[in-house]
Design a protein around this ligand. Sequence first.
Ligand code: GLN
Length: 537
Amino acid sequence: MAKYIFISGGVISSLGKGITSASIGKILESRGLKVTLMKCDPYINVDPGTMNPYQHGEVYVTEDGAETDLDLGHYERFISTQMTKFNNVTTGQVYNSVISKERRGDYLGKTIQVIPHITNEIKERIKKAAQVSGCDILLVEIGGTVGDIESLPFLEAARQFRHDMGEDNVLYIHLTLVPYIKCAEEMKTKPTQHSVGTLREIGIQPDILICRTEKPLSLEMKEKISLFCNVRKEEVIEAKDVDSIYQLPLVFKNQILDEIILSHFNLICKSSDLKEWEKNVVDKVINPKDKVVIAVVGKYIGLQDAYKSIYEALIHAGIANDSKVEIRKIDSEDIQKHGASAPLKDVSGILVPGGFGYRGIEGKVKAIQFAREKKIPFLGLCLGMQCAVIEFSRHACGLKDANSTEFKPKTKYPVISLLVEQKKVKDLGGTMRLGAYPCRIKRKTKAFGLYNKELIQERHRHRYEFNNKYKKLLEKNGMVFSGVYPKRNLVEIVELKDHPYFIAVQFHPEFKSKPDKSHPLFREFIKAALDRSKVKV
Ligand code: GLN
């Protein structure tokens, strides 16, 4: 039977609960356990797919095509278990299914209530996530901050879990903040005490506290927290700010958090160290030998989380090339207004990410034209590929004003357009081309050299496709269509020959990059950018 760890957060949001959960997963996995993680999101949307990135950050897509919270991206980057649609549950999904059951008559005669109907549905989903993954340990991260109205049913379900499953099978970890008050030169435990107090009111006494701090927690502080919050002082774990998120598993390992958890569950596991992780990931991030500047030209650059997996994939590619990747975030609307040359003249690589809607598109097209003409390494992702096709059609194939029908439905040259089945779609939620699809790569292309195999699987999240009507013309002018989805003959990868690195893909390789296994498209992009940074231009 699986063991369950619930992770809640208090005091403020943005304490890094996702990365904390993923790091705990990592240290437990290193002990030989099969671990998986799950995120409970208290919002009423069924999934984050219809939300603006400014509301929610990136939408992370799983192999099986679920549009999920970006924390699932952290989970996949830290542990080896692949996430699925069962690893993210929202209030919207829970109510949706309870209400459908009520309409079907499943609860005939009953009044449907938060307790037990909603909490039972939540518990069923948690058990299902453990069961389908066949894990030894399921870590359940509860979104929001303790005290929020929205997360109450999830916390109540977590409370009931120990009652249902027994003391030895359920553990509660609470993440809090111990702020440093500069003018008093003091750290304060009161917010932690209050947060644990609120959790206790709900009926949960945390077993382990993880305290985010700017400065080290003294023994005295730990003793104080221990006394007021009713946890042993060894179980007050310090999570001081780190330079790289990938250090966090080591921080926990050094405080034997894995051992504390295992002894709570009465589990005896093989010993482990994280030497490989330390050597191949942490040391490389902290001590890079080289540096390269990459421009990310998007429209959500003001928000750290909007392109989370892309930024991480660039860091991973830096690790693989022993280099620091300095990311220069450039608003595509600025390029649209003021041109590409000023912001892009001294970068060594240009990346155009995915997105929706017309705003900022012309700036992306200009940035791509600059990359193509000045021979700056370029990587286009999803909308980035569609813009690369638009740019090439307009400026290299004479198709003036070529466009995507997403931006100009009546365009004369619809080089990107909708497939017939997408034209019929009315609902916006969950109806795009989602999840993993196979792609066949043409031999003797750059893409083939990178993947070194013919058939690959990558994840998708888009509605529009390259319009095959224009394939011949673009080919004649030098665009290589190096990857297609064989069953439907849909273009997946385009590249240019006379260019050091110009690749654009309809899928999202960023979702599959790992810190110790950089994605080849990113790895070689950074390599090409490093080569460029060494030659005087
Ligand atoms: N808006 C484009 C489409 O729907 C691209 C989507 C994306 O970049 N994820 O096809």
